[in-house]
Design a protein around this ligand. Sequence first.
Ligand code: PMP
Length: 427
Amino acid sequence: MAVDTSTHFARTLQSQADPLNGALVRADFPVLNQEPRAGGQRLAFLDSAASSQKPQVVIDALTAYYERYNANIHRGVYELSEIATAHYEESRKRVARFINARSAGECVFVRNTTEAINLVAQSWGRANIGAGDLIVFTTMEHHSNIVPWQLLAEETGARLGHVRITPEGRLDRDHYAELLAQEPKLVAFTHVSNSLGTVNPARQMIAQAHAAGAVTVLDGAQSVPHLTVDVQDLDCDFLAFSGHKMLGPMGAGILYGKKPLLDAMPPFLGGGSMIRKVTLDRTTWADVPAKFEAGTPAVGDAITLGVAMDYLDGLGLDRVWQHEQDLVTYALDRMRDVPGLTVYGPQDATDRSGVISFALGEVHPHDVAAILDEDNVAVRAGHHCTQPLMAALYVIATTRASFYVYNDHDDVDRLVESIQRVADVFR
Ligand code: PMP
């Protein structure tokens, strides 16, 4: 029995020569094509930075897995298990191609970005960080790129350094250089800020960190879904990202690591699948990536992540990025006309992704989001798991709109008109 998951294409695939058409792409996403609430407009979904919607091909691939070849992988000496194993390992190869890893063995299936970073902190960190060593991260990190390092520092007695941000919401590169001069053992930073949309100059920052002798961890949760991320070009030592933010299912994410580093690291979790030989006294480990995949993985989710990557490749990552640049430029332009509206982060689309955090005068961000919801415009309000960043901006929370492949100018118009309505309600 052969199950072919390699031939999924967007139903509305357009010529790669044309700009991406968000409305056409939207037709592939069942959630976005439901009947609107009575008398309402269609859903304008502007919360993809939290989690993206899924195209029909991804939903179909997950269903196909459960309907046709669901079985635990590796070691099952029967056809279904062999098929599931083959697809799982094939998906790992697709992941490696997507980020240009040297080999599939450098790509470990985990649940999400959070698990990937914790894996590095607990495995690489415990083996390599000692009392007094410096770990550097930045003020704009998501909590999942802060807390694991704090836990590690508490255990080991390491010191923490935090790169400041400029008033415009970019990293203070002078301060970064100052911290590097103290020769940190590890530098961890986000490629793209989930709260401000700032795109950090990852390649230069990684080169600087390497020159200072540090190992680098790049949080790719907000970059891998939106722009071409090439781990060999960036030269990052580790890269963490989540499948659910890039059209894939919840349950599968990736830790990329350079092979020599992964080979030298002790396991993170112990149990089935990650062993070579177990005796009652002692265990030896399987080779990477199995060494880091203890227990039964999310097989269907991991397979389907590969399908989501095929879909994104079909759209073309360069076009995806251009599309988001177009939307964010248009949105920033229109938002400037709303009196009392503050946009946080870089004020133009240069080095900025399709994420816009804003405040409307004194109106509470949750009230803004609640009124937008009445207009069926879905945005997020809160600290976005970046409390230190909120503190640096002197705010408790922001309202955040984020764009992706299925958004278009009509969504931006809906957003701005709805914000205008909030302004009128509170005037
Ligand atoms: N880092 C960044 C920059 C993020 O935006 C997120 C998700 N909001 C995470 C890490 C954590 O991702 P996950 O919840 O999938 O582990």
